[in-house]
Design a protein around this ligand. Sequence first.
Ligand SMILES: [Zn+2]
Length: 91
Amino acid sequence: MAVVNSMENIVEVALSELLKEDPECCTCEHCMNDMKCLALNALPPKYVSSEKGALFSKISNAMAQQRSIDVRVACINALEFVKGHPHHPID
Ligand SMILES: [Zn+2]
């Protein structure tokens, strides 16, 4: 049975919303992964088993709202950092 960090989904959604507002930030695979790692490292993980995924999705929505400011701040910090220090290979 798979164990997943549900915070990954929350961060992915939050980042994609922020990136729509900030078209200057690179969205290549390297930068996306860097932003995701930075944001996830700044936030507490929320591990769930996939069996409980359906039930948990309701809870995680409520939690996502509670944590939305924390998530948003972590994602903004990650986005600003990657924008200033992109680690993608340069052609
Ligand atoms: Zn990039």
